[in-house]
Design a protein around this ligand. Structure first.
Ligand SMILES: C[S@@+](CC[C@H](N)C(=O)[O-])C[C@H]1O[C@@H](n2cnc3c(N)ncnc32)[C@H](O)[C@@H]1O
Length: 295
C-alpha cells in the first residue's frame, strides 16, 4: 500500500498507510521526542486483513532494520525510542540498535494469563521492551512522574542505618525494569477489537517518563492507537501510523477526530459478554469466557 491518507484534529494526526512510506515522506527529520514502536512480531497473527508472517526471520529482521533506521532519523537530539518485539527477535534488534543508540534499559513487561501457554516448555508471559536514547548525556526522564510505592523497608517503617543520618526508607521509588500491567481484557473500558492491544497504563508510564507536555509522540504501528490516546490525555502532540482501515477507524473514534467514516457512524466495540449474574452467557464469544470469570 503506497497511498497515504491523513486525518488531523487539534494536536493529533493519524496517517493511514505504510509505516516506512509515511516515515520517509511525511515526518520531518529530528522532529519527534518519543517513539513507541510495537510492530507485528512475525508470529502469524491476523491483524484485520494482514497476516503477520514474513518469508523468513532474516527477511523480518531486515524489514525492522529499515523502519528502525528511519525512526532514529526522526528523533530529536534528546529523543527516546521504546521498542517492543517478540522474545525470539529482540536479540537481533537489540544488537542492531546498540550500534546506533544507547540502550538504557531492557524492560520485561509481564502479565497474568488464565489460559495454558504451553505444555512442553515454559510458556511466554512477558514481552521485552528496549528503552533507548540518542544521547545518554541529554534525554528526558521525568522520574518524579512515574514513581511507584516502595515495598519492603518503607512498608515496614524500617530505618535505613546506612544513611549518614539514619532515616525511614523512601516510600516512593522509580520502577525497576520488570513491569507488571494486566493485559487488556474484554471487560475493560479501554478494550478494542484487536489481537495485541497494549494497556494504557503501560503507555502512560512511558509517555510520562520520556516526554514533556507539547512534545511530539509517534507510534509507527498504532493498532488501536493506545499511544496516541495516552499522549492526547497527557497533553502531548500525537502522530499515529496504521495500515489497516479497521484500526484507523478505531483511532479516529478513540481520539475524537471524527464520528463518521465513509458515511457510517464509528462505534465502540459492541460487547455481548455479560457478567456472571447476568443472562445470555451463551452469547459470549468463546475467547472471552475464561477472561470474564477467571480473574
Ligand atoms: C502489535 S500491533 C500494535 C498494537 C498497538 N500498540 C495497540 O496498543 O493497539 C501492530 C500493528 O501494526 C500494523 N501494521 C502492520 N504492518 C504495518 C505497516 N507496514 N505500516 C503500518 N502499520 C502496520 C498492524 O495492522 C497492527 O495493527
Amino acid at each position: 500500500m503506497s497511498k497515504i491518507q491523513v486525518f488531523q484534529r487539534n494536536q493529533d494526526t493519524i496517517f493511514w498507510g505504510d509505516a516506512i512510506t509515511v516515515l520517509e515522506k511525511d515526518i520531518p527529520d529530528a522532529s519527534v521526542s518519543l517513539i513507541f514502536a510495537d510492530p507485528p512480531y512475525n508470529l502469524g497473527k491476523k491483524f484485520s486483513k494482514f497476516v503477520d508472517r514474513w518469508p523468513s526471520e532474516a527477511a523480518y529482521v531486515e524489514w525492522c532494520k529499515q523502519w528502525l533506521d528511519l525512526c532514529i532519523r526522526k528523533l530529536t537530539d534528546a529523543g527516546s525510542l521504546y521498542l517492543m518485539a517478540s522474545t525470539q527477535c529482540m536479540p537481533y534488534l537489540d544488537i542492531f540498535l546498540r550500534g546506533r543508540l544507547t540502550v538504557l534499559s531492557r524492560i520485561a513487561w509481564y502479565y497474568d494469563s488464565s489460559g495454558v501457554q504451553a505444555k512442553k516448555y515454559y510458556g511466554s508471559i512477558y514481552e521485552p521492551i528496549l528503552f533507548c536514547v540518542k544521547d545518554p548525556e541529554n534525554y528526558v526522564f521525568n522520574s518524579d512522574a512515574i514513581t511507584v510505592e516502595a515495598r519492603t523497608g518503607a512498608q515496614r517503617k524500617l530505618i535505613d542505618y546506612r544513611k549518614p543520618k539514619p532515616a525511614l526508607y523512601n516510600s516512593q521509588k522509580v520502577p525497576g525494569n520488570v513491569w507488571y500491567f494486566p493485559r487488556v481484557r474484554y471487560r475493560m473500558a479501554e478494550y478494542e477489537n484487536h489481537p495485541s492491544q497494549k494497556p494504557e497504563a503501560l503507555l502512560e508510564r512511558i509517555v510520562k517518563a520520556s516526554s514533556n507536555p507539547g512534545d511530539i509522540v509517534l507510534d509507527p504501528f498504532s493498532g488501536t492507537f493506545t499511544t496516541s490516546a495516552v499522549a492526547q490525555r497527557l497533553g502531548r502532540t500525537s502522530i499515529g501510523i496504521e495500515i489497516q482501515e479497521e484500526y484507523v477507524k478505531v483511532g479516529l473514534r478513540r481520539l475524537g477526530i471524527t464520528e463518521e467514516f465513509n458515511g457510517a457512524r464509528l462505534r465502540p466495540p459492541q460487547k455481548t459478554c455479560v457478567r456472571k449474574n447476568g443472562v445470555k452467557q451463551s452469547k459470549m464469544p468463546a475467547r472471552c469466557q475464561g477472561e470474564l470469570f477467571s480473574q
